[in-house]
Design a binder for this molecule. Structure first.
Ligand SMILES: Cc1cc2nc3c(=O)[nH]c(=O)nc-3n(C[C@H](O)[C@H](O)[C@H](O)COP(=O)(O)OP(=O)(O)OC[C@H]3O[C@@H](n4cnc5c(N)ncnc54)[C@H](O)[C@@H]3O)c2cc1C
Length: 293
């Protein structure tokens, strides 16, 4: 059985207490939320913190709240909470699409949105979802909090703007009228990490023209959004021709690597195909019943 190296453990009683504990125990202290990414890393000695500051008691960070034109999701909100939330499913069906295919109930019952974004694994699904939804991430430090766009927050594989002595406290999703969103993933077996996945959001104006579009890819070597794929959609009516062009551009923007999950050309093909599919679903969910060419 793999066991982590020895570490000390403390449970935080509030956000302020967690920040104070991180400060007191220094650079080798790490927060733990669900532990589903950090503990495997510790068992493999890829992470070796001296102190774990457990956020598990911070009920203040476990909420899903509609606040005007934003949905506020506490960092400690679990995958299972997101999947069970009707308001999340209604406003952001992409989140439910992704949550249905993230791991299994055991992982979903403990893993959190803050831990997922904090881990920033390139195959992690919620980072793409939050990119596509133009989410903002709230980060608390001892001297106050800041609110970052995903492009500023997510710096690359396993790297975010959240410093070791800071906490992700909330994720904010802008509610967009006449919008639709979707996520599709190909995995080797149920509950596995993605071979490849794609997400998209479309926002339409009253006559059905696309006024905003985002396309994101998971596990395909793309950091941030597939901007060219989205740009080709702007000002058009949803339809197969323009979806095909967006799929082609998304595949072109992808930078997959060959690994045990498949060769490069297979993954590029998935980038293309999955992009077309999520655009079709997003358009349908935005109210376009039959996308036309
Ligand atoms: C078998 C298995 C299969 C999985 N499959 C998938 C999958 O298909 N798709 C997918 O997306 N994920 C998958 N995961 C990962 C799962 O979603 C994790 O739960 C998630 O990535 C991390 O959430 P956590 O709460 O467990 O974080 P933890 O493991 O507790 O923390 C992860 C990292 O984030 C930091 N952190 C945690 N919370 C905060 C915070 N509030 N502020 C700042 N930093 C924080 C920690 O210090 C650590 O560095 C899988 C995990 C397992 C074990």
């Amino acid at each position: 059985m793999q066991v982590p190296a020895p570490f000390d453990y403390v449970r935080a009683t509030s956000v302020a207490d967690a920040l104070e504990l991180l400060d007191r125990h220094g650079p080798e202290a790490r927060v733990v939320a669900g532990g589903h990414s950090l503990l495997p890393m510790m068992k493999l000695r890829l992470a070796r913190p001296d102190w774990l500051v457990d956020l598990g008691d911070l009920a203040e960070l476990r909420h899903v709240t509609r606040d005007g034109d934003e949905l506020r999701i506490g960092a400690l909100t679990r995958h299972a909470d997101l999947l069970a939330s009707d308001v999340v499913g209604e406003l952001f069906p992409i989140v439910h699409d992704a949550e249905r295919v993230i791991a299994d109930p055991v992982v979903r019952n403990r893993g959190t949105i803050g831990g997922s974004l904090g881990q920033a694994d390139p195959a992690e699904d919620l980072t793409t979802v939050c990119d596509v939804l133009r989410a903002q991430v709230v980060i608390a430090a001892r001297d106050g909090e800041r609110v970052l766009d995903m492009a500023e927050f997510h710096r690359g594989p396993y790297e975010t703007a959240c410093e070791q002595d800071e906490l992700i406290t909330e994720v904010r999703l802008p509610v967009r009228p006449r919008s639709g969103s979707a996520y599709e993933k190909v995995e080797r077996r149920v509950g596995d990490w993605a071979v490849a996945a794609a997400g998209a959001q479309l926002v339409l104006d009253d006559d059905g023209t696309i006024t905003d579009a985002t396309v994101g890819l998971t596990a395909l070597g793309l950091e941030g959004l597939a901007t060219d794929a989205a740009a080709v959609l702007l000002g058009t009516r949803p339809g197969e021709d323009v979806f095909a062009e967006a799929g082609r551009l998304a595949a072109e923007a992808s930078r997959p690597v060959e690994d045990q999950r498949g060769p490069v050309d297979y993954k590029r093909h998935l980038a293309d195909e999955l992009t077309r599919r999520v655009l079709r679903s997003a358009a349908a969910r935005a109210g376009v019943l039959t996308p036309t060419a």
